[in-house]
Design a protein around this ligand. Structure first.
Ligand code: F6R
Length: 608
């Protein structure tokens, strides 16, 4: 995780770097720091805590520094203290920022200690600073030192490097952690994410695995992992500036919940002709791959995993082929049995999640093909997969995923339809489902009208410490996602169960202090679910039921129901997700937690 930003310009860069850090804070906010090069000297400021703590002390740095690097940290090695904060320095002249993990830092540290280097932090990063300095002592240039240093590093890194003796130069390198070069006019930048640099540029170069960049105000030289000079194309940022701002909303999470009708349109845009899906949208080899797909393996983490679990219901019922779903952190370390007719689908909003990427790398040679369903076009997952379908949700800043999740669901349902064609889904049925998908923006608009009622419901949760979420069928993963949202941002312990499992153990937890949320559309599972809810009522548990029109669960003492508008059965998981997002949001607001940046978490999990 961690966010890095760097600049080389002819104007002072402190404010540019600070704004970059504010925009990268979603990647970690344990500490923040900045180093600026001015008049042949490097000055550094670091603070434990959020970027605001750094901003409060910024006057202590020379205001005229025109080259600099900055960092916001998500601690992996060493506590979130000021001494462990980046930038790390070797001597007075060299400063670096790092995102990732140097796995062989211990032997490197021992080697460097034996050379007389004294370590001031507990981080893995500091070895890189001293290693560079050690190599510089052999008389080579800074860029040569960086080229040599990375050959000695194992693990993942995105690095930014500055040196007092070369104040007009910013160096960068990446392997396993994201890094973009922002191309300006008479000034250039680096950052972990394009968002950080939107106030200063909308043109970006995506560094590839193993790339090193040597950047001045007017030139960007890139070298690949063999050290050969290479060109990397420049692409324009597609989403407007507003995407990175809260606008009229109190939190990014709420803004992103409300963006969902627009996002639903964007996922479908350019992918439908005459009511049919255009399979070229998945990639040039898509037709051939889908023709030969006989089973599907989905791999993802967290919220993306829940999207995968929902897709399993769709794929097995509409396509009629087996579909397995697994969390990437387990999948990558298991002796997985895969066949050559398996389509591997990786799901990730960021496209940089370390476990999901590792799972892809581990098995991609053993499957028919890999398809990434992702929200970030230049991400590692997309680049390393044979096929890709972008979810086009736009930047998601709130750490708790909302619009990225629902856009993944649409992309997964589209993929299901494409596969189902091969297994006899007739054109008329496809057209009918596509029509339902096209009606999603209006459906979500009407679901958002439940906001006030959901906010009222949330009052019953704010003082509670635990809660249960129940669902059946494809609504069970929706319950899991609802529980994850609640625990993430309100810190209330929330568990999800398939409602039929209740009596096999969790029913023992139910009493008046355990609110039980049920997602209960009016479908063929409703009668079963109702019996499960009776079991809760009989034990004094208070029920909060999201349900469909025309069913018979009544509001009464201990049972609060909210009725959703009619929904096509395939779209129930999408629809029932929306009120659960609102519920967790309002509970968190009532509890006064940090909604967009909940404790201990980060948006993009680029470490194992
Ligand atoms: C929860 C959340 C996380 C992510 C998970 C995977 O709200 O956002 O659970 O879903 O860290 O991230 P991606 O989708 O980027 O691979």
């Amino acid at each position: 995780m961690c966010g890095i930003v760097g600049a080389v310009a002819t104007r002072p860069v402190a404010e540019i770097l600070l704004e970059g850090l504010r925009r990268l804070e979603y990647r970690g906010y344990d500490s923040a720091g900045m180093a600026l090069c001015s008049e042949g000297e490097i000055s550094r400021l670091r603070r434990a805590g959020k970027v605001q703590a750094l901003a409060d002390g910024l006057a202590e740095l020379p205001q005229q520094g025109t080259t600099g690097i900055a960092h916001t940290r998500w601690a992996t090695h060493g506590k979130p203290t000021e001494t462990n904060a980046h930038p790390h320095m070797s001597g007075e002249s060299l400063a670096i920022v790092h995102n990732g993990i140097i796995e062989n830092y211990e032997p490197l540290r021992e080697m460097l200690k034996s050379q007389g280097y004294i370590f001031g932090s507990e981080t893995d990063t500091e070895v890189v600073a001293h290693l560079l300095d050690h190599l510089l002592k052999t008389g080579i240039t800074l860029i040569e030192a960086l080229k040599q240093a990375i050959t000695q590093l194992e693990g993942a890194y995105a690095l930014g490097v500055i040196h007092a003796d070369q104040p007009d130069q910013l160096l960068a390198a990446r392997k396993g952690s994201p890094l973009v070069v922002g191309v300006g006019i008479g000034e250039n930048f680096i950052a972990s994410d394009q968002l950080a640099l939107l106030p200063v540029t909308d043109r970006f170069m995506f560094l590839e695995e193993g790339d090193i960049a040597q950047i001045t105000t007017t030139q960007i030289h890139i070298f690949d992992r063999q050290g050969t000079p290479v060109e990397r194309s420049i692409s324009q940022f597609e989403h407007g500036q507003a995407a990175a701002e809260k606008g009229e909303f109190k939190h990014f999470m709420l803004k992103e919940i409300y963006e969902q009708p627009e996002v639903m349109k964007r996922v479908l845009e350019g992918r439908i002709s005459n009511g049919h899906l255009l399979e070229q949208a998945w990639g040039v080899t898509a037709s051939d791959v889908f023709d030969r797909t006989e089973r599907v393996q989905i791999v993802a983490c967290g919220t993306s995993y829940h999207a995968g679990m929902i897709a399993r219901y769709w794929i097995e019922s509409l396509v009629g082929i087996p579909c397995q779903v697994e969390v990437a952190s387990e999948f990558r370390y298991r002796d997985v049995v895969l066949s050559k007719d398996t389509l591997l689908i990786t799901l990730s909003q960021s496209g940089e999640t370390a476990d999901t990427l590792a799972a892809l790398r581990e098995v991609k040679e053993r499957v028919l093909a890999s398809l990434a369903i992702c929200n970030v076009p230049g991400s590692s997952l997309v680049r390393e997969s044979e096929l890709a379908l972008m979810t086009n949700a736009g930047p998601e800043i709130g750490v708790a995923s909302t619009k990225a999740f629902t856009s993944q669901l649409v992309a997964l349902l589209m993929t299901t339809l494409i596969l189902a064609r091969r297994k006899g889904l007739d054109g008329a049925k496809e057209q009918q489902i596509v029509k339902e998908l096209q009606a999603l923006p209006a459906l979500i608009d009407s679901l958002l009208e439940m906001d006030t009622a959901v906010a009222k419901m949330s009052e019953a949760f704010a003082e509670k410490h635990h809660s249960l979420f129940l669902g059946r069928g494809s609504l069970y993963p929706v319950a899991m996602e609802g529980a994850l949202k609640l625990k993430e941002i309100s810190y209330i312990h929330a568990e999800a169960y398939p409602a039929g499992e209740l009596k096999h153990g969790p029913l023992a937890l139910v009493d008046k202090d355990m609110p039980v949320v049920a997602v209960a559309p009016n479908n063929e599972m409703l009668d079963k679910l109702k019996s499960n809810l009776q079991e809760v009522r009989a034990r004094g548990g208070e029920l909060f039921v999201f349900t469909g029109c025309g069913q018979s669960i009544q509001n009464e003492q201990g049972v609060t129901t909210l009725t959703l508008p009619p929904v096509h059965p395939l779209l129930e998981p999408l629809a029932y997700t929306i009120p659960l997002q609102l519920l967790s949001y309002h509970v968190a607001v009532l509890k006064g937690t940090d909604v967009d940046q909940p404790r201990n978490l980060a948006k993009s999990v680029t470490v194992e």
